[in-house]
Design a protein around this ligand. Structure first.
Ligand code: URA
Length: 315
């Protein structure tokens, strides 16, 4: 198999595994694929120097990556170069695959992986404030979801420390948030504040944001397209803030960030990864208000994270 075929097949396999709930896999870039091939002792499929494979001109012949390419960049920094925080598309089907195969594969959505460092530069606090203020202005005028934009009183961007160790990632604004423009200020918000304080933190110490920035009418779940329209906003927030931990509150936040279809019950109880951040999944405070018996499990989740963070709560 040629390198580009191997790379493409690996990216498709990785995408399939990820959708099936596999939590970690090497990213489908040339470096990882080469490492994988090496570990299985695959013969190097590249033609020997001077040889030419069918359909490949001498001018275009080039190993997947050579020292002449300059220092290897991380996948994340390549994504940042493309101006897509947190997104890394799979390569498109190689030209030589033949029309039938190419058309079968056309339209396969790009896989996104989030391993390695956050894309872009790690900014100082004043620059973070600037980036976030400018993004908040953009979000305030957003019309990507015309229906949500026409129903909202205002957008709810997020708030808190710009150098947070912990970020709390919710689903979307409710009526109270829509009215005030601040995240988690209603009943669920009051419980979240108590959860934060039980962690020996103050609300001001952490950053609180939502998956979608507009209130879905009637407090329905956000639609997949609405989430995708907002993805750029929350990925930019997170790659600017670079929290050490992201706490996903409920299924919408967890499945969106981790790109998983698994339930909160399946995702909780361990730390996942989103770029440099460790990710904890737990129940949404609104769910805890409806199901108080789940509070113990949520507290166990938070304690798992606090132990990892070296924070003692005395319980
Ligand atoms: N629920 C959320 O997910 N986010 C809020 O801001 C409020 C309630």
């Amino acid at each position: 198999m040629r390198n580009d075929e191997l790379l493409y097949a690996a990216s498709q396999l990785a995408r399939h595994l990820k959708r099936s709930g596999v939590q970690w896999m090497p990213g489908p870039d040339a470096e990882n694929v080469a490492r994988l091939a090496e570990s299985f002792q695959l013969p190097d499929a590249r033609p020997p120097d001077g040889a030419q494979t069918p359909g490949q001109s001498a001018a275009s012949r080039k190993p997947a990556s050579t020292p002449a390419d300059g220092p290897r960049k991380s996948a994340a920094s390549r994504a940042a170069d493309r101006g897509q925080p947190g997104r890394r598309p799979a390569p498109s089907p190689p030209d030589h695959l033949g029309d039938a195969t190419r058309s079968r594969l056309a339209g396969v959505p790009p896989m996104e992986v989030s391993d390695g460092p956050y894309p872009g530069e790690n900014l100082l606090a004043p620059q973070r404030v600037e980036v976030l203020e400018s993004l908040a202005n953009t979000v305030a005028q957003c019309q990507r979801c015309p229906h949500l934009a026409s129903c909202r009183k205002q957008t709810v961007f997020g708030e808190g420390s710009v150098t947070p160790r912990f970020a709390f990632f919710g689903e979307g604004p409710g009526a109270d948030e829509d009215r005030t423009g601040r995240p988690f200020v209603g009943r669920a918000g009051q419980l979240l504040t108590k959860m934060i304080e039980a962690c020996t933190l103050r609300r001001d110490d952490v950053y609180i944001l939502n998956t979608v920035k507009c209130r879905p009418p009637g407090n329905r779940n956000p639609e997949p397209t609405e989430i995708e329209n907002c993805r750029e906003y929350f990925t930019t927030q997170l790659s600017t803030l670079r929290p050490e931990y992201v706490v996903c509150l409920g299924a919408v936040a967890a499945q969106t960030l981790l790109q998983s279809k698994l339930s909160v019950g399946r995702l909780r109880g361990k730390l996942h990864r989103y770029f440099d951040s460790k990710v904890l999944v737990t129940y949404h405070p609104a769910y805890l208000l409806r199901n108080p018996s789940a509070k113990r499990a949520a507290w166990e989740d938070l304690q798992l994270m606090l132990r990892d963070a070296g924070i003692r709560t005395g319980q």
